[in-house]
Ligand binder design. Structure first.
Ligand code: SAM
Ligand code: ZN
Length: 203
């Protein structure tokens, strides 16, 4: 029999676990973002993500999905379903995302690590490293903002459409400043990124 009692429904539901020390807020960068409620030290694990796995050709809204390598090197998407869904991009990020395929669990694992000390109240960011096809104007506000959310690689910057190229700022030239391998939150049409057990990233 259908249970229409809201209290019972809420009680029986399995809530998405909230990561400790993080809070979703309206962001000064874009839409919703996530700020810290405590300090994190450089190198510290900020949080482990939770996601739902999709194949590259599956139909779904992949705005919030990491694009990663699957078990046999194929591109897979991992739609974030927790606070990490709201992490914004920065050209001077304070975290990086790392990931690996867990063969035993047949599941992806992804986690965010502090690149420097992070104070309470700071917004958590990472470098999306978008390929040119999905690049967007960047509003991260960093002094070293590249003006466009795009991987800092000459090959990607060369492929930007004119209207985004016009937004590029000094420093966005494919220098070595971004060495993340990783992660990406982007449409599945991109072929970005990936991961490894050692911890490079993508998103
Ligand atoms: C995973 S969502 C992040 C959450 C987003 N703020 C929201 O409220 O939906 C990724 C999208 O947020 C926006 N975004 C994230 N970082 C940004 C930035 N630095 N500048 C401009 N837009 C950004 C872009 O539209 C991007 O495709
Ligand atoms: Zn920026």
């Amino acid at each position: 029999m259908t249970d229409h009692n809201l209290t019972n429904l809420v009680y029986k539901s399995r809530p998405v676990p909230l990561a400790d020390g993080l809070r979703v807020v309206r962001s000064t960068i874009h839409g919703y973002g996530v700020v810290t409620t405590r300090a994190f030290a450089a190198g510290e694990l900020v949080c482990v993500g939770d996601g739902v796995l999709y194949r590259e050709d599956d139909e779904f809204d992949d705005t919030y999905a990491l694009i990663l390598d699957g078990p046999t090197g194929e591109t897979v998407l991992w739609d974030l379903v927790d606070q990490t869904r709201w992490f914004n991009h920065s050209c001077a990020p304070n975290t990086e995302v790392r990931s690996r395929w867990d063969d035993a669990a047949r599941e992806l694992r992804a986690w965010w690590v502090a690149l420097r000390d992070i104070a309470p109240g700071e917004e958590i960011t990472y470098d999306y490293g978008f390929v040119a096809e999905v690049a967007e104007p960047c509003a991260c506000g960093a002094a070293t903002c590249r003006g466009v959310i795009v991987e800092d690689e000459p090959a990607q910057i060369a492929r930007l459409p004119d209207q985004l190229r016009a937004l590029l700022r000094r420093g966005a030239s494919g220098g070595a400043s971004v060495t993340l391998t990783s992660p990406i939150v982007a449409p599945s049409s991109t072929l970005a990124s990936s991961s490894d057990a050692g911890g490079r990233l993508t998103t």
